[in-house]
Design a protein around this ligand. Structure first.
Ligand SMILES: [Zn+2]
Length: 394
């Protein structure tokens, strides 16, 4: 994730990255990873089908989750928000009580039988709410280049909003594969983490199934659908796409050239080629501030990706460095994910340092590192002592 307001201060983040490199982090342990959800049940694979209703701002869905039960249990606990589940079954057998608590953002399924250690299949149907702000699956109104009013759907999940689109184990230590199907207006183009596997048209709607994702945390799930179009190119075996509202895709030509350079350099630098078949970058018109590194489908607010003849040098620099930041996350954050959010600083600081390195490499005339040195140091002020907590509030 990159907030636009952070772009100009990676120097501070570099210090943090250096500090981290000298530390001794323990190897990852699922049991030791912080989190609220019990670790006795872990998701392995999700199959999700969602049918949005743009007018009503709601959606219906079905979900199948392959689970690994690590210790016998009589209940399943996972995240949900503003969703109602029905016909909940484990291995085809109806569950007992199902309680979705929106305050706690949890659904608790009490089973009629204790689930033994091993693989199980959880299935249910559900309904939810399309958001109007960039949290979960949201509706974004925008004006097309010809001035016509339109809507598109997009997603933003980090840190804890995947649960608004699909009930799930919405913590970064729970990596699973995701198979997503979306039903949208027939004229829409659709983008997700993986390429489209199949598309069927029925009347005014199309149902699109994407190829299954690699194992990843839920906060990296992406879907965008709307009257959008792309420019594309290839780097090795990877297809790059720059998506924008149809009619504005040519404004992504600089971003496409940037992405070709950055991907080639990062494949070399990381010593591990970008592992997905494609990498899309999506300009969400007026979407949200900054950009989000969803694996294989990075979303940007349109001004952070698209450039016109009247764009300033500052705008061109912001586009390149933002792309370099989000593409660094495709390895650092997506391929390898922190166990919990207390290590997000390392994820972000490395992406910012890598972005500065790459921006300087490809644009030496910008003297990027020099520009990273703050001309005005922020005045240091001591933190005020926190008010002493009363014992009754602890
Ligand atoms: Zn970031």
């Amino acid at each position: 994730m990159l907030q636009l307001t952070r772009i100009r201060r990676p120097g501070v983040l570099l210090v943090l990255a250096t500090a981290a490199a000298s530390g001794n982090a323990a190897p990852f342990s699922l049991d030791a990873a912080p989190g609220r959800l019990p670790k006795d049940v872990v998701p392995l694979d999700y199959t999700i089908a969602v049918v949005p209703d743009l007018e009503a701002k709601t959606f219906t869905g079905t979900e199948t989750v392959t689970l690994r039960v690590r210790a016998p249990t009589g209940r399943l606990v996972f995240n949900s928000l503003n969703e109602r589940l029905r016909d909940v079954r484990l291995d085809g057998k109806p569950a007992g009580e199902v309680v979705s608590d929106d305050h706690e953002q949890l659904t608790t399924v009490t089973l009629n039988h204790v689930a033994a250690v091993g693989r199980h299949t959880l299935t249910f149907a559900y309904s939810g709410t399309l958001e109007t702000q960039p949290h979960g699956l949201f509706v974004q109104p925008f004006n097309k280049p010809d001035g016509a009013h339109a809507m598109l759907l997009s997603t933003k999940m980090e840190s804890t909003d995947a649960r608004r689109m699909l009930p799930c184990w919405d913590e970064p230590a729970f990596r699973a594969t995701f198979g997503l199907t979306m039903t949208v207006p027939v004229g829409w183009a659709t983008v997700s983490n993986m390429p489209v596997a199949r598309r069927s048209v029925h009347g005014s709607l199309a149902t699109v199934t994407f190829r299954r994702s690699p194992r990843m945390p839920s906060y990296l799930i992406e879907f965008t659908g709307g009257d959008i179009a792309a420019l594309s190119a290839r780097v090795g075996s990877t297809t790059l796409g720059i998506w924008a509202a149809r009619g504005r895709e040519q404004d992504g030509s600089t971003a496409l050239a940037n992405a070709q350079q950055i991907l080639a350099d990062y494949n070399d630098y990381f010593g591990f080629p970008y592992p997905l078949p494609k990498l899309d970058s999506i300009a969400v018109p007026g979407g949200f501030s900054g950009a989000m590194e969803n694996w294989g489908a990075i979303t940007y607010t349109d001004q952070a990706l698209l450039l016109t003849k009247s764009s300033t040098m500052q705008g061109r620099q912001d586009v390149f460095s933002t792309q370099a930041h989000e593409m660094a996350h495709q390895w650092n954050g997506d391929l390898v994910t922190m166990g919990w959010w207390d290590d997000i600083w390392l994820n972000e600081s490395f992406a910012s340092w890598m972005a500065a390195k790459e921006t300087a490499l490809r644009n030496p005339q910008w003297k990027w590192w020099e520009a990273r040195t703050p001309t005005k140091r922020p005045r240091w002020t001591p933190m005020r002592a926190a008010p002493r907590m009363r014992s009754s509030s602890m």
